[in-house]
Design a protein around this ligand. Structure first.
Ligand SMILES: C[S@@+](CC[C@H](N)C(=O)[O-])C[C@H]1O[C@@H](n2cnc3c(N)ncnc32)[C@H](O)[C@@H]1O
Length: 338
């Protein structure tokens, strides 16, 4: 897909979030790094400018690499752009002959460019097709909204959006789609809004939680996150650093539990469940509490308000299996067919 020049001009570039605390923690930078969420390239450029020998820049959205063409040449072969999912980052790195990485950065979620382009369908503020696919292929939000049964829809809205009116909204969607398929963002936003009280000043738009939920389902974002953390454990060399930035509580809970469990601070046995096996730590946490943006960063970039950064250093212990449910992955059996 080629980038629409009008769209490119209209969408402001993405401001990297929490970049300073990451760069401060990992200085001096050397060796091979993987940026699993390339986006506008803010993290990749900072790593290259700080001295990384090579950066493997992964993104599932093919459009980001077209945008980067304007500046990527200056880094020559040091910047390797890879279309793919960070859930498989160890395999993607191996394909580039990078078997043990010095560091990995993940800045989870959507970019400002994706949200700002109405035709990508992420935003309820602008009318566009109900799409939401980061990779621009596979099941779209419209496929889910028009095909999933009522219970599945309600489960998605509740589990991935923490939407308490999930059943009411799911019921209304089923009624509305009998009239005609729901294929654009503003119609879905109006349907959701009609099920909820009018927001008070300062409250979020009523469609916020449901749109988040659909986006997570369309892109299987939480499964990607668990898979990406496990892949990072396999791909990092002893001493290598993993830095993860998240934007909502479902994501942060997964990262927090992963780092806790893999650094030996997971739940211990008790008299009701005495047989919890204590595994050798695979990581040492560099952040016990998540780092948040400074007031200055929040003022300059409102997206930074909900961002949380957690970092850990890989230890010299073999990687091992992870229980996704223990990491906080909701138990939603979506088979992708809808
Ligand atoms: C928040 S933006 C990253 C911005 C980037 N750090 C920067 O400074 O420009 C997130 C990017 O990650 C990509 N992404 C999200 N989930 C992904 C996944 N599972 N695998 C690969 N890329 C993913 C999105 O397409 C988006 O471009």
């Amino acid at each position: 897909m080629s980038l629409n020049p009008k769209t490119a001009a209209q969408t402001a570039s993405h401001i990297p979030v929490l970049l300073d605390p990451i760069m401060d923690a990992i200085a001096p930078v050397s060796g091979v790094w993987l940026d699993g969420t390339f986006g506008a390239g803010g993290y990749s450029r900072a790593l290259l400018d700080a001295g990384a020998e090579r950066v493997l820049a992964v993104d599932r959205d093919p459009e980001v690499f077209e945008r980067a063409e304007r500046w990527a040449n200056q880094y020559g072969a040091r910047l390797v752009m890879i279309a793919g999912e960070f859930g498989q980052l160890d395999l993607l790195a191996q394909r580039e002959n990078a078997f043990l990485l010095d560091g990995i950065v993940l800045d989870i979620g959507v970019s400002s460019m994706q949200i700002d382009q109405a035709e990508r369908g992420f935003s309820f503020m602008q009318d566009g097709p109900l799409d939401m696919r980061m990779s621009q292929s596979g099941t779209s939000a419209s496929d889910i909204v028009n095909s999933a049964d009522e219970k599945t829809l309600a489960d998605i809205l509740y589990q991935y959006g923490e939407e308490r009116a999930s059943r009411r909204i799911a019921h209304k969607i089923i009624e509305e789609r009998k009239t005609s398929p729901i294929i654009n963002t503003t119609r879905l936003a109006a349907i959701i809004s009609s099920c909820l009280p009018r927001p008070k000043p300062g409250q979020v738009h009523p469609a916020t939680r449901s749109f988040q939920a659909l986006r997570i389902a369309v892109n299987d974002e939480l499964r990607q996150l668990v898979d990406g953390l496990c892949a990072a454990e396999r791909a990092l060399k002893p001493g290598g650093v993993l830095a993860v930035v998240t934007f909502h509580s479902l994501e942060d809970r997964i990262v927090k539990r992963f780092f806790q469990a893999r650094s030996g601070d997971g739940p211990r046995g008790n008299r009701f469940a005495p047989d919890v096996e204590i595994e050798a730590p695979r990581f040492m946490r560099l952040t016990k509490k998540a780092i948040t943006a400074s007031p200055a960063e929040m003022a300059a970039n409102p997206r930074a308000r909900s961002a949380k950064l957690r970092m850990a250093r890989r230890l010299n212990t073999p990687a091992g299996p992870v229980d996704a449910a223990e990491m906080g992955l909701p138990n939603l059996a979506l088979d992708g067919t809808f």
